[in-house]
Design a protein around this ligand. Structure first.
Ligand code: CP3
Length: 342
């Protein structure tokens, strides 16, 4: 049997101490991350520098001994590999060239043309597979098609994903062609990560919560199902974590319907409800509010214990409900890990 705790939880085992990792665990709250990013020049240069990307992936493992390392990259590298312009405005976030009509779609490359551009990412995975401690699981990832499409259509992050909803409703053929292209590119990208040594895949659907009813089925559930089926056709034993963030009641049955081995819960989800309605079907991940990494103290201890206790009767991976923020205190992360493991 594998000694990797994260793999054991993903195979459905209930463990006395949950495996732990953190979304955005390699990030700006760590001084060593900021130093390595400065050495690379900027965020995107860091993503495409295999030695330095591997270095920042390893930094939180050395500091905290997390049970998993997540590849350092970004969900927006796929649009860039498809031919979109991508840059980051300091203090604001990502900017991309926009998809607003069929002519914009026609300028994108086919899904199987992404690999030259993404080769440095596969190289990062190879370095990590060789360098990680034997008890640490390597997680590869991609954005889910809807979330990636929201950025490609608006050219930036949006509070309500209105431009993507508008394209879906007014030019469905353009929208569906984009969703299909992202889906196929994501399958190719993730298979290449697995071939390079990723042991688990996580699919981030950060904006799934803005899809309602039949739209949720068509654009969150169906693409996840297609991607997971394609991954498992190539690697039947590959565990997949799905994160349909803010899916609310649609978390129920999401694992079964998509074939995901684990469903990641955001911090708006009540743990007692999720243990009863989601964890019954298999492993769940989550869901401490990231704000506790800023505020710390007794609240952090109490909330960490509450979440570990509530999910203790089934398979559980301890994590935050979303990414750790740049203003977090590294000492609070230490306290969270110590509390969850005690
Ligand atoms: O440590 C890890 O979790 C692995 C690396 C990782 C990053 N982004 C690095 C990153 C992962 C898994 C992501 C996923 C990602 N990227 C998502 C899905 C998860 C989520 O947070 O909802 C999304 C929506 C993106 C797109 C993205 N990348 C945005 C909107 C931003 C700007 C906002 C921000 O946090 O700065 C980024 C930048 C980004 N991606 C940073 C990091 C470490 C910060 C860049 C910097 O160093 O300045």
């Amino acid at each position: 049997m594998t000694e990797k705790l994260l793999m054991r939880a993903l195979s459905g085992e209930t463990l006395a101490v949950p495996p732990i990792w953190m979304m955005r665990q390699a990030g700006r709250y760590l001084p060593e991350y900021r130093a390595t990013r400065a050495k690379a020049g900027d965020f995107l240069s860091l993503c495409y520098n295999p030695e330095l990307a591997a270095e920042v992936t390893l930094q939180p493992i050395r500091r905290y001994g997390f049970d998993a390392a997540i590849l350092f990259a970004d969900i927006l590298l796929v649009p860039q590999a498809l031919g979109a312009d991508l840059w980051f405005e300091t203090g604001e976030g990502p900017r991309l060239s926009k998809i607003t009509e069929a002519a914009d779609m026609a300028r994108l490359k086919p899904a199987d043309a992404i690999h030259d551009h993404l080769a440095p990412v596969y190289e990062t995975v190879k370095i990590l597979a060789a360098e990680l401690p034997r008890e640490t699981t390597l997680i590869g990832f991609a954005g889910a098609p809807w979330t990636v499409a929201t950025y490609m259509i608006a050219g930036r992050g949006t509070p309500d994903q209105a431009p993507a909803h508008a394209l879906k409703d007014t030019q469905p053929e353009v929208f569906n062609a984009l969703m299909d292209l992202i889906t196929d590119a994501t399958i190719a990208y993730l298979l290449a990560q697995v071939a390079a040594g990723a042991e688990v895949i996580k699919l981030f659907d950060s904006w799934a919560g803005s899809l309602k009813g039949a739209d949720f089925d068509a654009y969150a559930l169906a693409p996840a199902k297609k991607i997971i089926a394609a991954l498992k056709a190539a690697r039947p034993d590959l565990p997949v974590i799905a994160f349909p963030r803010e899916a609310k009641n649609r978390y129920v049955g999401f694992g079964k319907a998509t074939g995901a081995d684990c469903v990641a819960l955001d911090n708006s989800v009540d743990a007692i409800w999720a243990a009863k309605n989601v964890q019954v079907d298999g492993c769940v991940q989550g869901n401490l509010a990231p704000g506790h990494m800023v505020t710390g103290g007794q609240n952090l201890i109490d909330e960490t214990k509450r979440i570990v206790d509530t999910f203790r009767n089934g398979p559980h991976i301890f994590n935050l409900g979303h990414g750790i923020t740049p203003d977090a205190d590294p000492a609070n992360v230490e306290l969270m890990v110590k509390t969850a493991r005690s």
